[in-house]
Design a protein around this ligand. Structure first.
Ligand code: DQA
Length: 153
């Protein structure tokens, strides 16, 4: 059996509160719901995934470093660190694997400090404002890159 590409789905601070955190902005779906859905979609797309959340910048950086060479792609909702963290950006840039940046809310329809991202210019794609579906779109975009298309006979 051939091995399936590993995609790391990384979530930054406060995303552990999804479901109860500002539901008018982020909805009622929990991070556990998103993980379950990602696992189903990844299976269908021919990807292996690992799914993580941390409230700590250094933990995220160390985790990204551990995935260097092992992860074929990244789906990243860095949450507030999107707008502040050169360290998360540098760690992802050092991985040399495609990255899709995801935000549940449309960051461009919100406060100006959310309009700048340290990740967008090193990302394959940015998906913002699609809610939890954004994670599924991101996995599809990566699968399109990483999983060989079946040959037509
Ligand atoms: C977020 C948007 C960020 O601006 C915010 O800090 C978050 C969540 C989103 O998914 O919409 O925590 O990344």
């Amino acid at each position: 059996m051939t091995s399936r590409p590993l995609v790391a789905v990384l979530n930054g601070p406060n995303l552990n509160l999804l479901g109860t955190r500002q539901p008018e902005i982020y909805g009622r779906t929990t991070l556990a719901d998103i993980e379950r859905r990602c696992r189903v979609v990844a299976q269908e797309l021919g990807l292996d995934i690992e799914f993580r959340q941390s409230n700590h910048e250094g933990v995220l950086v160390e985790h990204i470093q551990e995935l260097r060479g092992a992860a074929a792609g990244f789906v990243v909702n860095a949450a507030a660190y999107t707008h502040t963290s050169v360290a998360v950006r540098d760690a992802l840039a050092a991985c040399d694997a495609p990255l899709v940046e995801v935000h549940l809310s449309n960051v461009y329809a919100r406060e100006p400090f959310r309009h700048h991202s340290y990740l967008s210019d090193i990302a394959l794609a940015v998906i913002t404002g699609c809610g939890p579906l954004g994670y599924e779109f991101a996995l599809s975009a990566l699968a399109h890159r990483l999983v060989p298309a079946p040959t037509l006979s």
